[in-house]
Design a binder for this molecule. Structure first.
Ligand SMILES: *[C@@H]1O[C@H](CO)[C@@H](O)[C@H](O)[C@H]1NC(C)=O
Ligand SMILES: *[C@@H]1O[C@H](CO)[C@@H](O)[C@H](O)[C@H]1NC(C)=O
Ligand SMILES: *[C@@H]1O[C@H](CO)[C@@H](O)[C@H](O)[C@H]1NC(C)=O
Ligand SMILES: *[C@@H]1O[C@H](CO)[C@@H](O)[C@H](O)[C@H]1NC(C)=O
Ligand SMILES: *[C@@H]1O[C@H](CO)[C@@H](O)[C@H](O)[C@H]1NC(C)=O
Ligand SMILES: *[C@@H]1O[C@H](CO)[C@@H](O)[C@H](O)[C@H]1NC(C)=O
Ligand SMILES: *[C@@H]1O[C@H](CO)[C@@H](O)[C@H](O)[C@H]1NC(C)=O
Length: 418
């Protein structure tokens, strides 16, 4: 497969945003790492999770360029809780629809999959339409249906990619923040979540953490596709393939809030030869699209002195055990739609089969659709319309499914070979 072709598909399917897609408005837009707005005010720790710490009209021209169905776009900085359960903060981008009765809010988690804070959606959404793909059409469609759409930078201020607890908390609190301030939404507005792949991590963790972390909330539902149930098996599957770019960021992200694990990880990197520390750490400044290019087909564990043995360290295991396995932090009570390609080559279908089975034994409400056509990338497109329809039902109060329904489907929308 030609790299350029892979690249085209990647950006079309919007796993990727970013530095390759520098905003046309760069001169007037500051990236999060340079923008003083992206800091928490003194004393933010004392605010409650989901409290709005500050907000602004989003800079740039989002409503006149890419997101014409929005009347206004805000950036909201809110209090949340990090991967280690300490007070933290995050930013979301809220789109207000042009025509709306304020009855529905969709929290839309973009798979930005990068440990570079400048790959956060609040910045990369300013990129050209060609860099956004499904992201732009999903948001525009939701807006045209009168839904508010909130797009959180769920990896937080240090971009803790793959840190499930971090991502779940930041996702829950972005919804709380929008509801707290209102922005024209009705008090009894329904709210739901949606995310694919890296976005499924934020979405599913939010669903399972909500039971204890935000028991006052009543999500209408959560749709998630390409579900990354087990980060370890994902890292092994991606290594040595066109998806190898997920591995350096994955290891850095999941150890981001574990200083000893991070120190150990770095100590295990080779210092010379073609696969050395410098090359590994290059990912710190890359969007996922650029990481896919740089590490294409590389065996990333070659960067380590003892290869895959780095994972066996109790320090690394602790971080992955805490942050990398869905299904161990609570049983979601909201209705869920899960969709996944049986042939998903990055995140094994068996991992999600097991997770769904466990949830179903303890009363979860799940429709799980296993698509017999396509792989991880194709499923993002193949499942898109189905997820939109499901979300329309839960957000309009017309969804009445109970219990668990697991079925194979044959959805073939894209002709992507991946
Ligand atoms: C927004 O558009 C106006 C007028 O078209 C232009 O002057 C301004 O520079 C744009 N702002 C950004 C951030 O691109
Ligand atoms: C608000 O709009 C939604 C979507 O267009 C619709 O389903 C709902 O019935 C409307 N609610 C009211 C109270 O008009
Ligand atoms: C949403 O945008 C599309 C074009 O992108 C337009 O056809 C449609 O009228 C817009 N809907 C609303 C409610 O603004
Ligand atoms: C995750 O996947 C790995 C294989 O890659 C397996 O050894 C491990 O038991 C799985 N963990 C969980 C919690 O399912
Ligand atoms: C990349 O690896 C895949 C297997 O994952 C292989 O089929 C393909 O030929 C490799 N491409 C290049 C350019 O080496
Ligand atoms: C480290 O790897 C880079 C390529 O990523 C290479 O340019 C550099 O020469 C290597 N450094 C050493 C000391 O081998
Ligand atoms: C899916 O549709 C494409 C055309 O868009 C076709 O080439 C392909 O054979 C179909 N795949 C299956 C499994 O039906």
């Amino acid at each position: 497969m030609q790299l350029s072709y892979v690249f085209k598909i990647i950006s079309f399917l919007a796993l990727a945003t970013a530095s390759t897609a520098a905003p046309t408005t760069t001169s007037t837009l500051l990236p999060p790492s340079k923008d003083p707005w992206y800091t928490a005010p003194d004393g933010f720790e004392h605010a409650a999770p989901g409290d709005v710490l500050r907000f602004r009209k989003a800079p740039g021209n989002l409503t006149t360029t890419t997101f014409g169905n929005a009347s206004c776009v805000y950036n909201i900085l809110y209090r949340t809780t990090n991967a280690r359960y300490h007070p933290s903060w995050a930013v979301t981008t809220l789109f207000v629809p042009k025509e709306t009765n304020g009855s529905a809010l969709l929290s839309y988690q973009i798979p930005y999959n990068s440990v570079d804070v400048d790959s956060s959606p609040s910045f990369t959404l300013h990129g050209p339409v060609s860099s956004l793909g499904l992201i732009q059409s999903d948001i525009q469609t939701a807006l045209s249906l009168g839904r508010y759409v909130s797009v959180p930078d769920f990896e937080g201020p240090t971009a803790s990619f793959f840190a499930g607890v971090q991502e779940g908390h930041a996702t829950i609190d972005n919804v709380r923040a929008v509801l707290n301030h209102g922005f024209g939404l009705k008090e009894d507005a329904r709210y739901a979540m949606w995310g694919y792949s890296g976005g499924s991590v934020a979405t599913e963790w939010a669903a399972e953490l909500q039971v204890q972390y935000a028991p006052e909330m009543h999500f209408a539902g959560a749709a998630m596709g390409g579900v990354v149930s087990n980060v370890t098996s994902g890292l092994h599957a991606a290594d040595g393939t066109r998806w190898a770019g997920l591995v350096p960021g994955g290891l850095l992200g999941i150890t981001d809030q574990y200083p000893q694990a991070r120190e150990y990880l770095l100590s295990q990197l080779k210092t010379e030869g073609p696969y050395n520390k410098t090359g590994f750490l290059a990912t710190e400044k890359l969007s996922i699209a650029d990481a896919f290019t740089l590490y294409f087909n590389q065996t990333v564990f070659n960067y380590f002195k003892n290869g895959k043995a780095v994972l066996i360290s109790p320090l690394i295991q602790r971080a992955i055990n805490d942050q990398g396995y869905m299904g161990y932090h609570g049983v979601p009570i909201m209705p869920m739609l899960m969709y996944k390609a049986v042939a998903d080559e990055i995140t094994a279908i068996e991992d999600t089969d097991v997770m769904v089975d466990e949830y179903c034994k303890v009363g979860a409400n799940i429709v799980y659709e296993r698509n017999t056509i396509g792989g991880h990338l194709a499923e993002e497109t193949n499942g898109d319309q189905r997820a939109l329809e499901w979300l329309t039902q839960v957000l309009s109060g017309t969804y009445h499914h109970k219990g668990c329904t697991v079925k194979n489907v044959a959805l073939n929308v894209t002709d992507s070979p991946l």
